[in-house]
Ligand binder design. Sequence first.
Ligand SMILES: C[S@@+](CC[C@H](N)C(=O)[O-])C[C@H]1O[C@@H](n2cnc3c(N)ncnc32)[C@H](O)[C@@H]1O
Length: 341
Amino acid sequence: MDHPSEQTASPTAQFMQYVSGFWITQILGTLVRLEVVEQLAAGARPCDDVARALGLESQHLHRLLRAGVTAGMLVEAPPGTFALTSLGGVLRKGVPGSMRGIALAMSSPGHWLPWGQLAEAIRTGRPRTQETLGMDFWAWLNRDPSLTEEFAEGMGNLSDEVGQELATLHDFSAYTRVADIGGSQGVLLGHVLKASPQCRGILFDQPAVIPSARARIQAQGLADRVELVGGDFFAPGLPAAEAYLLKFILHDWDDEAASRILRRIHEGAPSGARLFVLEQVLPDDGSPSFASLLDLNMLAVVGGKERTAKEFRALLAAAGWTLEAITPSRTGIRVLEARKP
Ligand SMILES: C[S@@+](CC[C@H](N)C(=O)[O-])C[C@H]1O[C@@H](n2cnc3c(N)ncnc32)[C@H](O)[C@@H]1O
């Protein structure tokens, strides 16, 4: 939101840019939800045309588009005609680097309403989903396939870049089977399998997520190499594999629950199995980090938490895993590589 007229903003104006951050979340989500983004996908269009196509009042839509310009997602030229900027282009579905799903997920009630009660989350140390959604976050998602799909698309958005990098950081061709536990649509697994063509994949997630995973795995041309397994990662009988992926799972849970997941994987794993945990890692020197913000998201929405490297090492060790390496990635996500002795 760095509008030229605000570059020399007063302290009050600068503060307003921070404190109105939630407006930006909703502007981005609304540009997607109203399908404005798809209307602009082929290039610049007059506001009147877009409004007609979407059955909206042009005068109201114009207010959203004008704010979209201030948010850096759109440009207006000539007056009354709008186009996506290169940043705004990632709001499109299916484009490289797409962030459409995450824009939808962050602006929908599943995140939005619990965050509105952050003070209570801090007071109690508990998520705010029961109070705001009437159930826990996963139950809320699972009761509506479109919400399941929206969140899974968002998770795929956040797995794409780091997935490409993971496949270059580690040689997975040594393994016959790689299992992605809580793998959502399988975007991460897809990158690993594409880089190691003789390797087979197992995608494990909640039964409600499997139809959306199946569609995405098929679209990647990997249907004959991936076994889709619906289930509960707290229950015994997780699939056996020589290597496991576990991305953005442990941070969803408190230590007791995270430890149970790690033990369940350990039970089914052969000795020598590798576990690749992909998470943001909190710095232990108090320096500012995105992980500290994500930590509050985990608290308010799912009751989980981010962890320091030391905390990960202890959590893994208590479940029988030896942490052997921590590798940074360009996205800020770390790859924690552990082994079952
Ligand atoms: C934060 S998402 C991470 C998805 C994926 N690993 C990624 O990073 O893109 C957490 C995943 O855990 C799955 N999940 C939650 N509870 C589960 C359970 N009890 N058993 C299996 N999967 C579960 C969700 O469906 C979701 O796909």
